[in-house]
Design a protein around this ligand. Structure first.
Ligand SMILES: [Zn+2]
Length: 313
């Protein structure tokens, strides 16, 4: 449980100290040149200086804990950044910009941008560095789903096109999901082979794109949904893990976010993947999950592109 009465959620200075401890467990390090020698870093204390500013005596530049993060130059107090991240990380389905706007006292637009910035830090492809999802005697489920495109309440409008999502999910382990333009061999194969360890057993539905991809793995089994064959061979052949994830994703996107536009879908997917990969079933609590997500904001300033204001969703 995360305690919302914690002063880090109400006091900007306490929030800054919390971030410093999180980002700099061994003391401040210059955000510009990397200097971490405490004898070569001075904390600026002058009356005209903003709190939390240090001066690096190596490169002579000032820095604070938010430089180089998604929070740099933000006018939103740091305690609100922490609060919203905690709200987003507690529970399984996230929090909408409307809820943040009402609960945290930010304009809707500010809340919307902030939520997207927080999602930027959640993109985690670290499995690639360790040989991919799965491995010897491990099972990876591959499945795809479609988001949106319902004709409900759109009697006089063309329904929005459905958006395809591909998920690769190691049973008992991590997930990696992708927004793809269409479900085709050309689109799916590169993602499967670059994200899944070839020694894995691959489980898929009976789509015609999978037999050829499956040949590249140690084993490949397919589930025939149409024949009501959900779990063959004593629970070995199934893609229920992926389907359970999709039910959370869809309930979240429909129930919390109502709809998401194509341009931003990858960020929502990153958020749902992140919560799944840091789920309580793996022994990760709300506080630790939020701290890890905050850590992800480091180094995100340079790669972050501002979403266009016209495309709120
Ligand atoms: Zn420096």
């Amino acid at each position: 449980m995360c305690d919302l009465t914690n002063p880090i959620f109400t006091d900007a200075e306490k929030a800054r100290e919390h971030l410093e401890a999180l980002y700099w467990p061994d003391g401040p390090a210059c955000r510009h040149c990397g200097n971490a020698d405490s004898s070569r870093i001075t904390k600026l204390m002058g009356k005209s200086t903003r709190p939390g500013v240090y001066k690096c005596n190596e490169c002579a530049k000032p820095f604070s804990v938010t430089v180089g993060t998604a929070m740099e130059r933000s006018k939103i107090p740091l305690n609100k950044w922490l609060l919203v991240m905690h709200l987003m990380m507690a529970g399984k389905k996230g929090i909408s910009a409307h809820q943040v706007h009402r609960m945290v006292g930010l304009s809707y637009q500010t809340a919307w941008f902030m939520c997207h910035r927080l999602r930027e830090g959640m993109r985690d492809m670290s499995h690639k560095a360790t040989g991919g999802l799965g491995g010897t005697s491990k099972i990876v489920e591959v499945d795809e789903t479609y988001i949106g495109g319902k004709s409900r309440n759109r009697a006089f409008k063309e329904p929005a096109p459905k958006k395809a999502v591909l998920s690769l999910i190691e049973r008992g382990g991590h997930i990696a999901s992708f927004h793809i333009a269409n479900v085709s061999y050309e689109m799916v194969r590169p993602l499967v082979i670059t994200n899944v360890n070839r020694a894995s057993a691959l489980m898929s539905d009976e789509s015609s794109i999978y037999p050829k991809i499956g040949d590249e793995f140690a084993d490949h089994r397919t589930i025939n949904h149409s024949a009501n064959e959900y779990a063959r061979l004593g629970g070995y052949v199934h893609i229920n893990t992926a389907e359970n994830f999709y039910s959370i994703l869809k309930r979240g996107i429909v129930g919390i976010y109502h709809s998401v536009s194509e341009a931003h879908l990858h960020r929502y997917i990153a958020e749902f993947d992140f919560r799944y990969n840091n789920r309580s079933g793996l022994g990760i609590g709300d506080v630790e999950r939020a701290a890890k997500a905050m850590k992800g904001l480091e180094g995100k300033r340079l790669t972050y592109r501002q979403p266009r204001e016209a495309t709120h969703a």
